[in-house]
Design a protein. Structure first.
Length: 80
């Protein structure tokens, strides 16, 4: 049977290097934080625009105006 030595997951604070009294860590003892994750993925070459395209939006608006005009004329014909 082989025995492997595993480090203590909860070392004694009195003998742990880099700790100040009270358990604090002095400046420079920890590595700097990463700036961002922007470089983590592949380079994106195609980024489609957000929002509605002009042609579908224009078509929807024209259809809406035509339907509104139809009901307006229909109401005027019923009143006369």
């Amino acid at each position: 049977m082989t025995s492997s030595h595993t480090p203590d997951p909860d070392p004694d604070p009195e003998t742990t290097t880099g700790l100040e009294p009270g358990g604090g860590v002095p400046p420079g003892e920890t590595p700097p934080a990463e700036s961002s994750m922007s470089g983590a993925g592949p380079q994106e070459t195609h980024n489609p625009p957000k929002g509605w395209a002009k042609a579908p939006l224009t078509l929807i608006l024209v259809l809406t105006v035509l339907v509104a005009a139809f009901f307006l004329v229909y109401a005027l014909v019923l009143l006369l």
